[in-house]
Design a protein around this ligand. Sequence first.
Ligand SMILES: Cc1cc2nc3c(=O)[nH]c(=O)nc-3n(C[C@H](O)[C@H](O)[C@H](O)COP(=O)(O)OP(=O)(O)OC[C@H]3O[C@@H](n4cnc5c(N)ncnc54)[C@H](O)[C@@H]3O)c2cc1C
Length: 404
Amino acid sequence: MDFSLQPDSPEISAFRQEVRAWLAENMKGSEHLRWSGNWSTRENAEEYKFRRALAGKLGAKRWLFPTYPVKYGGAGMSLDHQFVLETEIDKYGLSLGSVFYTLSRLVAPALMKFGTEEQKAEFLPPMMGGELAVWQVLTEPQGGSDVANCQTKAIRDGDDYIVNGQKVLVGHHLPPDFLWTFVCTNPAGKRHENLGWLYIPATLPGITIQHMHLMMGIKNAIFFDNVRVPAKYLVGGENNGWKVANSYLELEHGGGGSVAEHPLFARLIAHCQRTNFDGESLMEDQDVRDVLAEMLIDLDVQRLMGLRNFWHRYVKQPHSYGGPQFLFLQRMVRLRNAERVQKICGYDALNPDDSVHEVADFEYTVRSGPGWLHGGGTLDTDRLIIARRLGLGRPSQEDAPTTV
Ligand SMILES: Cc1cc2nc3c(=O)[nH]c(=O)nc-3n(C[C@H](O)[C@H](O)[C@H](O)COP(=O)(O)OP(=O)(O)OC[C@H]3O[C@@H](n4cnc5c(N)ncnc54)[C@H](O)[C@@H]3O)c2cc1C
């Protein structure tokens, strides 16, 4: 199968040059930043500030959501333009999504699909301008895999919803502007028909965020205590949250695809070339080379699956089981890479002190490998969705929802 991409057209080639020059200028001063994992406890305020500023500048150029309509803050560009932006930013070890440290990359498509015209006009421009940090708060203390069993209540009272309950988010320590959350709007209603989606200003009275320092980084519990949320923040209509959930979670669960190459491999190669053990470079050691070869194969398969899903997403022909398949593989590759980094770097891979490492990502890779088995659902959730999409043990196959 030929996975090679077509050469850039003259227009796209000129755009690529423009993006490269812009990035060379605007990434200045970030050379020492390693873009550690989003949830790393090592993440520092300087790195965060740089990302947020970069997001604002990319947003002002309308390059964060390049294919979205101009009236909402996008640039109305083609997928080729987006591909250029993604691949050029990727060369700095970042992605368009990770630049601004927020889940707006997932929320904006859901708003495009389910928002009213008024909601799109009000909510999308600041999001696309890179001005907002949005946290996705879906998981609840009693269990996250079964999101439909949502216990946080949002009861209509005049023009508002009164929200009470608790969510858990694995995120960073800096505050969000908005919470994107799933609520039960009709406690007496049938499962899947009693839910709603709210986009909640995070500063409303009654919202408390409490940090918990866990293995993968900061974790936050979010408490809603009689929070009065204006009804204009309900997305997708009354008791219609499950429909929004299907589309939104498909995007989160791998259906969005990815064009990024993981920076870990190149960093590990550089480390092995520079590091000597018993008088020879780690690169000369056959055992190390074998581990690196396995890693390269895994990461390449993952990249191709991500590319396939990215393409399916934008031609609006969702791959039936491609999303959870990609996510399942990504989780397993993360776990295997945690073991591989440990095999190559030994005890050093367990030391969070950056000065011991030439590459800051290694310790986080080891620490987060097991944790990622649970990020955005679990391996079991992935398996379950794949089985339903294939129709295993059922008379019919479930369709994958379209995402934007
Ligand atoms: C890195 C990271 C980032 C995260 N980010 C966010 C975030 O941004 N926002 C947010 O809301 N949440 C977030 N989460 C939480 C995450 O979505 C949940 O951890 C996940 O959905 C699983 O829920 P749980 O931890 O409550 O486990 P549970 O749902 O309680 O599952 C416990 C175990 O039971 C298994 N299990 C459950 N149901 C079934 C079933 N039907 N069949 C077979 N096995 C089953 C599970 O696979 C798991 O092994 C994050 C988690 C991590 C680790």
